[in-house]
Design a binder for this molecule. Structure first.
Ligand code: DC
Length: 230
């Protein structure tokens, strides 16, 4: 075992994947790859070019010519589409909705999965998404499946929106989280599935530091086992 590890983090939205993936990568000195941001970047490009989200061939052509990258700056990790910083532009509700459609298109998934494999195959990476441990890197050395109850994830989302000054209803936000879970699990291409060998961490009653500590312990014990040839 000469290269560093490939670490996969999957789970539903609102389970804390982004924060934990970033923190875990920073602690280990690994590269962090937010695969959801890549799907979002394709959705933004589709919107801007007027590409029909139902036209798979057009989406395939669009993907083939896009440059999507990540850079680290003093503002944190940034997402680039061509040479433009689109980190904020990909986080609007309109793009979230469109991404959910676009990420169900097989040609888009093929293109992005290939890019993710190219970016991660050397190891020393934490990839975060929905299908990392099942499809992108089924042989990842460490796989986490982060979860939390729909109520708790809805509550976190509600607090996030309120902090931004958006007026929302708690029960309504929880219902939206449940509806999105159902759609993500039922879709034909790359539904949200738990890899059989993933370590499941339920963060309903844990804070970020507690989850991070658990993850670091698991990574360390995996490293020891790999060094011992197990
Ligand atoms: O994690 P996120 O909210 O940024 O993800 C945006 C969308 O992309 C969401 O609808 C799920 C989808 N996605 C996916 O299908 N596969 C991934 N590996 C990552 C995200």
């Amino acid at each position: 075992m000469t290269r560093e590890l490939i670490i996969a983090i999957d789970g539903p939205s609102g389970a804390g994947k982004s924060t934990l993936s970033r923190r875990l990568a920073a602690t280990l000195g690994y590269i962090n790859i937010d695969t959801g941001a890549m799907y979002r970047a394709v959705a933004l490009a589709a919107l801007r070019t007027g590409t029909d989200p139902g036209d798979e061939e057009a989406l395939e052509r669009l993907c083939a010519r896009l440059h999507i990258g990540f850079v680290r700056s003093e503002k944190g990790e940034r997402v680039l589409l061509e040479d433009e910083d689109v980190s904020s532009a990909i986080r609007t509700p309109e793009i979230s909705l469109l991404t959910s459609r676009i990420s169900a298109v097989a040609a888009v998934r093929r293109d992005l999965v290939r890019r993710q494999r190219d970016m991660g195959e050397e190891g020393g990476v934490v990839l975060e998404g929905r299908d990392i441990g099942t499809v992108v890197f089924p042989h990842a050395e460490v796989k986490f499946f982060l979860s939390a109850s729909a109520r708790e994830r809805g509550r976190r989302r509600f607090e996030e929106l309120q902090a931004k000054g958006v007026d929302v209803d708690l029960e309504q936000t929880i219902a939206e989280v449940e509806a999105r879970d159902a759609a993500d699990t039922a879709r034909e291409h790359a539904p949200l599935l738990q890899a059989p060998d993933a370590v499941v961490i339920d963060s309903t009653n844990l804070d970020i530091e507690e989850v991070l500590e658990k993850m670091l312990e698991i990574v360390e014990s995996r490293r020891v086992a790999l060094r011992a040839g197990r």
